[in-house]
Every structure is written in C-alpha cells, then in structure tokens.
Design a protein around this ligand. Structure first.
Ligand code: FAD
Length: 304
C-alpha cells in the first residue's frame, strides 16, 4: 500500500507542479534525490558515467521518463535519446542506454514506440552502443516483448528486461533465448495481482535463480540486476558471475559497497545511472521499493 501510494504521489500532476514551483522545497528535494540521480541534465549523467568508467565500471544511462501520452513530448524524448547516443558516441563510450518504451510512444500506441525505438537502435548501432528496454507494468509486458523482438532481429544491440516476479517469465525466456539481445533479469518493481506475480520471498529468489540459470545454460548474454546479497552469494557460489557474457548491474546509490566488492573480484560490474527533470518520479520509485530510503531523504532535507 505504501508503495502504491508513493507511486500515485509521483504521478500526481498537482503535487508535481507544486514542488516544481516551490523555491524552498524543489532544491531540497533535488539535493536529496541526488543520492540516486546524477542531475537534471545530460551533462550530469555523462560526467558521472565518465568517472565510473575510469574506475572500471560499465554504465547504463537513462533519461528518466515514462507514460508520456503527448506525441510531441514522445518525439522530444526520442530526440533527447538521439542526442545522448551522439554524445556518448563522440566520446567513444560504447556503453548502454536504458529506456522505458512508454517514454517514447508506448502510451500513445505500440507502432509509435516501435518506429521511434528503431530510429534510436539504428543510430546506437553505428556507435557500438546498446539500448536496454526496461520492463513496465504487466499490462504492457506483451507489447514490450513484441516490440523488442521485432527490433532486436534487425539491431542485436537492443536488449530487454524480464521481471522474475511474473509467473510468465520462464516461458518468455524460453522464447527470448532465440533472439540476440541481452536480457536483464530483475525481481520486478511494480505491484501486480497475486494470480500473475509473486511478492518478495524465498520462492521469488528461487525463481530468480532459475531464470538466470536458464540464460546461462543457453549461453545467452545476461545482466543480473539485483542488490540482494544472499542471491548474489548463491550465484557466485554457482560460478555464474565469472562468465564473460554475464554482468552484475546495480542502481546508482544503492549498495555501492556491494558492487565495489564484486568488481574487486573482477566480475563485470555495471552501474545504472539516471538523469532528467523527472527525477522526482524516479526518487518516489526508489522510496516505494525500499521505504527506509524515506528516512535518508528526510534527513538530507533537514540537514542539507
Ligand atoms: P530486494 O529484495 O528488493 O532488495 C534486496 C536488498 O537490496 C534490500 O534489503 C536493500 O538492502 C537493498 N535495496 C533494494 N532496493 C533498494 C533501494 N531502492 N534503496 C536502497 N536499498 C535497496 N524493475 C522493473 O520492474 N523493471 C525494470 O526495468 C527494472 N530495471 C532495473 C534495472 C536495474 C539495473 C536494477 C538494479 C533494478 C531494476 N528494477 C526494475 C528494479 C527491480 O525490479 C527491483 O525493484 C530492485 O532492484 C530491488 O530489488 P532487489 O533485487 O535489489 O531485491
């Protein structure tokens, strides 16, 4: 319930506009958000990316946004991504860009998202950049996978995220291993009906392991995206992490100590970075996912 409430707050246009207009609250919240978000502008993401790359990490950079229903705004978002691709390309950053398809057109219709993604994939391919599609609410899963499949057949530099908490994911992976793109496995951030998804539990961790095993046995490129220490230990024990087509990926600001330790062991380690004016939405997601973060945000606001 807390998680749903926070997501509703994040999407509430009145609250958003109040915060944006508040000269007191806006900078304080932005400062608190910077624990998880690099900043509001592309250059903020690039600066942090460069720094992490120089320390031996891979990076995945997202321009934050989702559920854009206005076609013109979808085009603007796509253009921002195209500029990001060009800038990373000009810096020879052969890294990853993450995106929500609902940011570039899926909330309008599937065809729009597909056409815009194709344009991005073509440009990214020229520069050796990977595009990683995030997974959204279960009502969008089939559309996202359809768009992914059509795109990765033409541009194998496009990958997709799969949520372990959805019961359908095992079958989805059975099919996806026949496509070239990288698969990122996450537990799943959205509240879903109990008949289609499981909640955080030992059962979910077992399911997560099973999906990763499925990909490793198929010799498929995989990004293991979790901060769950027990889960990571088990995968290390099973020798999953030292394979060349496997990487560990964590969110910027969440368990950097854990990722650092894994990098010391010479595993492929990637940091998921974000930037953009919609940082407020992203901050609410991180608090919803782990309500203890609310405490650190409040502390940051009280002691800026
Ligand atoms: P959990 O069991 O939730 O957490 C394990 C431990 O990690 C916690 O005890 C805590 O110590 C730490 N932790 C976890 N989250 C936080 C946090 N926010 N702040 C501080 N500590 C935390 N979800 C989607 O639905 N679609 C996506 O496309 C998607 N992409 C992602 C990409 C990456 C690279 C990552 C890392 C996650 C992504 N997620 C996505 C979110 C994911 O589904 C989970 O909600 C999130 O990773 C938390 O789950 P966990 O695996 O870390 O395990």
């Amino acid at each position: 319930q807390v998680s749903q409430a926070l997501k509703s707050i994040a999407r509430n246009e009145h609250i958003k506009s109040y915060i944006q207009k508040s000269n007191e609250l806006y900078p304080l919240l932005l400062q608190a958000a910077q624990r998880f978000v690099t900043g509001e502008h592309k250059k903020d993401g690039i600066v942090t990316a460069k720094e992490l790359i120089s320390r031996g990490y891979f990076i995945s950079l997202e321009y934050i946004g989702e559920n854009t229903t206005d076609l013109e705004e979808c085009r603007k978002a796509k253009n921002e991504f195209l500029n990001l691709i060009e800038e990373m390309g000009s810096l020879s950053m052969k890294q990853t860009i993450s995106l929500d398809l609902s940011h570039i057109g899926l909330a309008v219709n599937s065809e729009t998202a597909y056409i815009q993604l194709l344009e991005m994939a073509k440009k990214a391919n020229l520069y050796g950049i990977t595009l990683m599609i995030s997974m959204e609410e279960s009502s969008k899963t089939s559309d996202i996978l359809d768009i992914y499949k059509k795109t990765t057949e033409q541009y194998p530099n496009v990958g997709v995220t799969i949520q372990a908490h959805l019961y359908r994911s095992y079958n989805d992976i059975q099919e996806l291993i026949h496509y070239p793109g990288k698969i990122r496995v996450v537990k799943g951030a959205y509240q879903e009906p109990v008949d289609i998804a499981m909640s955080r539990s030992k059962e979910l961790n077992n399911r997560y392991l099973k999906l990763v095993q499925q990909l490793i046995e198929a010799d498929h490129s995989v990004s293991i995206a979790t901060h769950d220490e027990m889960l990571i230990q088990e995968m290390e024990h099973r020798q999953y992490l030292n394979q060349p087509h496997v990487e560990m990926e964590m969110l910027y600001g969440v368990r950097p100590d854990l990722l650092r330790n894994l990098k010391r062991k010479e595993y492929n380690c990637k940091v998921y970075l974000t930037y953009g004016k919609e940082w407020y939405l992203y901050l609410c997601h991180r608090i919803a996912e782990y309500p203890e973060n609310l405490y650190s945000v409040v502390t940051d606001i009280i002691n800026p």
